[in-house]
Write a protein that binds this ligand. Sequence first.
Ligand SMILES: Cc1cc2nc3c(=O)[nH]c(=O)nc-3n(C[C@H](O)[C@H](O)[C@H](O)COP(=O)(O)OP(=O)(O)OC[C@H]3O[C@@H](n4cnc5c(N)ncnc54)[C@H](O)[C@@H]3O)c2cc1C
Length: 456
Amino acid sequence: MLIAPDSPYLADASGFSGRADELFLPETEAEVAQLLAQANTAGVPVTISGAGSGVTGGRVPQGGWLISLEKLTKLEIHPGYGIFGAGVSLHQIHAAAAASKQLYAPDPTEWSAALGGTIATNASGSRSFRYGDTRRHVRALRVVLMSGEILDLRRGTKPPFEIPIVPAPGSTKNTAGYYLRPNIDYLDLFIGSEGTLGVVTEAEMDLLPAPADLFTGVVFFESDDVALSAVDAWRPVEGLRMLEYLDAASLDLLRPRDKSIPKAGRAAVLIEQEMGPAGDEEEAWIERLEASGALLEESWFATSARDRERFRAFRHSLPEVVNDLVRHRKLTKMGSDFAVPIPKNREMLAIYRETLDREMPGQYCIFGHIGDAHLHVNILPADEAQWTKAKDLMTEFAKQAVALGGTVSAEHGVGKRKRHLLPLQFSAAEIEAMRDVKRRLDPNCLLGQGTLFDPL
Ligand SMILES: Cc1cc2nc3c(=O)[nH]c(=O)nc-3n(C[C@H](O)[C@H](O)[C@H](O)COP(=O)(O)OP(=O)(O)OC[C@H]3O[C@@H](n4cnc5c(N)ncnc54)[C@H](O)[C@@H]3O)c2cc1C
């Protein structure tokens, strides 16, 4: 079907927009295969769309066909695993898993995301501190190549050609560039490839037994320094699955929405721990919290599933507020996705603060997955000139993160908006090795044009 220039399909959550000649909503895998083969023969570029919650422009086409997989909605729950169509949302997966007393572990917090999108970006998020990225939970994938060939790939199936190896960064998370590691399975190539190597139509994903109970809290601190010391002390706690951070500016952004944020709170750390059979975690936490110097009276602790959902919504509302603010200013998001090795967390944070307090004071906030030394810096420029300045600062931060052994993208991918960062992490030869893999699977380079690499 033809697509109106102001269609929501032509943008993503970052506010980045594009154009397409036609939009397709196939209802079966066979239709996807037919469309890709047709586009391949005609030389038409194809962009794949999930739910559009991405923040790097990956699903935003720059011409050609846009294929949304939203109608692939198979959903089967089994003991230990589920089989899901690419268009099934995380909302649906989490709900179906919970109804069977199981847990779908990957939690990139934005539950409108479609499974296919989360596989294509190798999404992670708040629970990755314990459970790692989406890749770790993939058992099998069905993928359609640009030629129309359909692949049915299980763990253990090796790629049909030799894979070049590129180095991994020292951060615990990374989704920049292709996953070219020794002894990978064929399906690993497609996970995190941002819709440039093949189209995921269906996936078999691990489901874990749901924990009996959780200890969850939003712990407030009078200063950043005390909060950071608590994070360092708590990282080794066994069973801790969430360690998330909000700085003072982040709390200030949320205050108009949530009057219960304590006035003295200048940093907050969200914790969530799975309770073991002994159930002695709560007492251990009381000791830990007292030793941490937290604002204990003012902190929040969950006593029900409703409280836990409130805390989740509280944390998630922050990127939403930031994204809305930036869109309201008719700009695109200016947020980082860099991660560094855990021992470098404080050093990287100090670099962010010193630079931004000097260059753009009062116009940024920092929050995110501090358990993995993966913080999102969001700069809030007032106009185009400041946006350009902020973009240059982000490029400098990317260089610093790489110099500290980290990555330019831990979970969002680089898409189109951040592809200029890839050469900061990888040499020209390494990027060429990635392009070789791309040519092997998509010889005409039509799939996801402009994502990861400059269009040829
Ligand atoms: C408020 C907010 C908070 C967020 N928090 C997190 C977070 O904590 N962690 C995190 O990882 N991300 C986070 N994100 C980013 C986003 O939710 C993830 O990147 C998500 O994985 C994107 O899924 P989607 O279905 O919306 O994909 P889209 O945005 O539609 O597409 C993303 C990429 O995947 C490709 N793609 C989509 N479907 C397929 C498919 N079936 N086959 C092949 N390629 C495909 C697209 O071409 C594109 O390159 C957040 C976003 C928002 C708005």
